[in-house]
Design a protein around this ligand. Structure first.
Ligand SMILES: Nc1ncnc2c1ncn2[C@@H]1O[C@H](COP(=O)(O)OP(=O)(O)OP(=O)(O)O)[C@@H](O)[C@H]1O
Length: 255
């Protein structure tokens, strides 16, 4: 669980985060949405410990970040998995090499232990015979699976995903979303996803935080977001005709 209390972050005179409080529970897919420039990336960087807020607290399973020693912060960082936009795989390494990379960097496990763990996570993301292939030889959806396998290889307590669906066709995007949700539940991970994708909101938005101008404008579930009367949220969610029609159906059902 990550508990966020009154987080403020500025750059010079520019106040980007203006007091955000919320809770991200483990075993749930938590989504952060909001218009471009609303502060989503800065917020996630605060959660990752890459930016230190000037004011406010962030607690990781009860551990207050600002009170941790440098060593404790380093250990906490190793409990965090990341799936970057565009997968960010190493082109010169095989699939297996990419997934093994964190184990080589941060553990003293034997070769056999590392191989077993890599085989396990690759199987978990349904990649069985891609071990020896290079990123350029596999599809975008498979690259995302490799990125997810690499993110969970260290058994993280926290998983951060930045636009995990970008560049994928809708069907593959849903498969990736579902995989992230399954893994989150299975290993009781606190997962936080930065997304613009309304399909993801519908499919896996167990908790959604809507940011506007550095503030939490709204929070709720995927069921609640389609019924809210908050103008900023409805403007954002119903910017496409398809979703306007979905809302109309909800309103008609309600009346
Ligand atoms: N390192 C920085 N120094 C100064 N200003 C920054 C820095 N990082 C972000 N900002 C500013 O903070 C604001 C919020 O940026 P942020 O990247 O968090 O938005 P976002 O919601 O993630 O947008 P997008 O959806 O386009 O990625 C922007 O006005 C941006 O210019």
């Amino acid at each position: 669980m990550i508990e966020v209390e009154n987080v403020h972050k500025s750059f010079g005179e520019t106040k980007v985060l203006k007091g955000i409080s919320t809770t991200f529970e483990s075993g749930k897919t938590n989504l952060i949405i909001g218009q471009s420039g609303s502060g989503k990336t800065v917020f996630i960087k605060c959660l990752l410990g890459l930016f230190e807020p000037e004011q406010g607290n962030i607690k990781y399973n009860g551990r207050l970040y600002s009170k941790l020693t440098i060593k404790e912060k380093r250990n906490l960082r190793q409990e965090m998995g990341m799936v970057f936009q565009g997968s960010a795989l190493f082109d010169s390494m095989t699939v297996e090499g990419n997934v093994m990379f964190p184990l080589n960097m941060f553990t003293k496990q034997s070769k056999t232990e590392k191989q077993e763990r890599v085989d396990f996570v690759l199987k978990r993301v349904n990649l069985i015979d891609a071990h020896k292939r290079y990123p350029s030889e596999i599809s975008g959806g498979m690259q995302k699976r490799v990125a997810i396998a690499r993110a969970i290889v260290m058994k993280p307590s926290y998983l951060f995903c930045d636009e995990p669906n970008s560049g994928l066709d809708p069907k593959t995007a849903i498969m990736i979303d579902t995989l992230i949700q399954e893994i989150t539940r299975e290993y009781d991970i606190t997962t936080i996803i930065n997304t613009h994708d309304m399909n993801s909101v519908m499919e896996i938005g167990e908790k959604i935080i809507f940011l506007k101008n550095g503030l939490k404008e709204w929070e709720g579930t995927n069921k609640e977001i389609f019924k809210t009367d908050n103008d900023a949220v409805t403007d954002f969610v119903y910017s496409s005709d398809l979703f306007k029609k979905v809302r109309q159906m909800y309103i008609e059902e309600r009346n």
